[in-house]
Design a protein around this ligand. Structure first.
Ligand code: KIV
Ligand code: ZN
Length: 519
């Protein structure tokens, strides 16, 4: 079927991409990030050209405040947003962190407007909610003209009231009004109607940009975001890999690739460099330790794999028979060999930067030594290998470090692990017996760290193909209300297991520290 010619876009058809990986994304279980990790992702988002980076919720904890402040200080180009409730204390704290971004700092304030939230959560009458929203926006506008207001649970809000709030906050100074589907409840046609309703019933609506923020509880977040821009929304809030509260948020890579692939029927564009989408997805995965499912659209391992013979035949004859977008357009390097044992430090460092890792000299030297050792052990070194090394080397704030490990095991021997670690800079050592080498190793680590964490899951896989591939171990551990994922890679699977377990314990420790510091 012939495609219609792409339509010409003016500024009104540019969709602003508001990335909330570092705020809503980070709220998802197991996805918490420290300041360095957030900064690393923010640098990549900057290179990707997103329009707005929501860096955190400054009043939530000192760590969040520092992360927003650092990103506001160091990231140039995108606007930097910080979330705050509609209270003076929240707004003041948000601006304290955001002011370093100058005119690019955006205060994002919100209050719930649906009957169910107002009655049970806020226990406030609608008139009081309206007054709070206006007061909050006025206070924020006293700091900056760049104010976004969100009507939390907008989709379940009575339309007349929603229109009233939107009109009032625009009058008070909001330049972006966000209409979130907080609980992922709507469907495309309904969401389209809500946005149209606001366009037709809010007299001052043209003075603000309409933003949408969709959750994925029913798997419709991306479809709903597309319907919203067709109805007139011009900012879409989304996250890398679609991470976020519960089932997640609108996936940035899916939304952006829909715009690019279907420009024949969607007369919109955005500024995102799509070639950086796969590296962004991988960077997030290495930071959080949580991978995407293989069949995930755009960035899943199978997204460009053609298994069936009939498909492969078609692909050989003409790629477009089964390929609607190219792997290159999303930055997939299809396991290209990138570096070998003769590669120098400069090439190594350059490739790490392209993958989103900027290490200081000491860490870079250490990572380079590991790369050389790996290149001796392994015939071919791939991007995934480099990412695993860089992810481990770039970790900071680690309380526990693995020094050495020796294991004896066999069909007749009782598995014994001797582990030496550094805890808060002090070397400690112990030995334990176990059912097998992994069990003995984890027991020894548990004893040294005095951890009470429970091991919920243990998975082992290989980073690339071949018997010389690095093994990658992923563990999930929990303690109290905290549940975290840890990853470790090595050509020795026992060492990978120890690293993954220690990574998880460090993350737990970080979470506990953060909770203690929070308000
Ligand atoms: O889902 C939601 O409603 C939010 C708002 C705070 C924007 O995350
Ligand atoms: Zn949300």
């Amino acid at each position: 079927m012939a495609k219609a010619p792409a339509q010409k876009k003016d500024d009104k058809q540019i969709i602003r991409i508001f990335d909330t990986t570092l705020r809503d994304g980070e709220q998802a279980p197991g996805n918490s990030m420290n300041i360095e990790e957030k900064l690393r992702l923010a640098r990549h988002l900057q290179k990707m050209n997103v329009d707005v980076i929501e860096a955190g919720f400054p009043i939530a904890s000192d760590g969040d405040f520092e992360a927003v402040k650092k990103i506001a200080q160091l990231i140039k180009g995108p606007e930097i947003a910080g979330l705050c409730r509609s209270s003076e204390k929240d707004i003041d704290r948000a601006w304290e962190a955001l002011k370093y971004a100058g005119e690019k700092g955006r205060i994002h304030t919100f209050i719930a407007t649906s009957d169910i939230h107002m009655k049970y959560k806020l226990q406030m009458e609608p008139a009081k909610v309206l007054a709070s929203a206006v007061k909050a926006v006025k206070r924020a506008a006293g700091y900056t003209p760049n104010v976004e207001f969100s009507c939390e649970d907008a989709v379940r809000t009575r339309r007349e009231f929603l229109a009233e709030v939107v009109e009032a906050v625009i009058d008070a100074g909001a330049t972006t009004v966000n209409i979130p589907d907080t609980v992922g409840y709507t469907i495309p046609s309904e969401y389209y109607d809500i946005i149209r309703y606001l366009k037709l019933n809010v007299p001052n609506i043209e003075k603000a940009i309409i933003s949408v923020h969709c959750h994925n509880d029913l798997g419709l977040s991306v479809a709903n975001s597309i319907a919203a821009i067709q109805a007139g929304a011009r900012q879409v809030e989304c996250t890398i890999n679609g991470i976020g509260e519960r089932a997640g948020n609108c996936s940035l890579e899916e939304f952006v690739m829909i715009l690019r692939t279907r420009k024949d029927i969607l007369p919109f564009a955005c500024n995102v460099a799509t070639e950086l989408l796969t590296p962004a997805s991988r960077l997030l995965t290495t930071v959080t330790g949580i991978g995407v499912q293989p069949n995930k659209a755009v960035v899943g391992a199978n997204a460009f794999a053609h298994e069936a013979g009939i498909h492969q035949h078609g692909m050989l004859m003409e790629k477009t028979t089964y390929e609607i977008m190219t792997p290159e357009s999303v930055g997939l390097s299809t396991n290209a060999l990138v570096l070998g044992k003769h590669s120098g430090r400069h090439a190594f460092s350059k490739r790490l930067i392209e993958l989103g890792f900027e290490l200081d000299d000491e860490k870079l030297n250490h990572a380079f030594e590991r790369f050389k050792t790996l290149a001796d052990l392994k015939k071919e070194v791939f991007d995934e290998d480099l990412e695993a090394i860089a992810a481990e080397e770039s970790r900071v704030e680690d309380r526990y470090k693995l020094d050495h490990i020796t294991v004896t095991c066999g069909s007749f021997a009782v598995a014994t692990a001797t582990v030496q670690m550094e805890i808060n800079g002090i070397a400690v050592r112990t030995a334990e017996l176990g059912d097998g080498p992994v069990d003995a190793t984890l027991k020894a680590i548990k004893k040294l760290t005095k951890s009470k964490a429970k091991l919920l899951q243990y998975n082992v896989g290989s980073i690339t193909g071949g018997t010389d591939a690095q093994g990658e171990v992923t563990v999930r551990v929990s303690e109290g209300d905290h549940n975290v994922v840890g990853k470790g890679a090595s050509t020795d699977i026992i060492e990978a297991s120890a690293k993954a377990y220690i990574h998880a314990l460090n993350r737990l420790n970080f979470k506990q520290k953060r909770l203690n510091a929070s308000v």
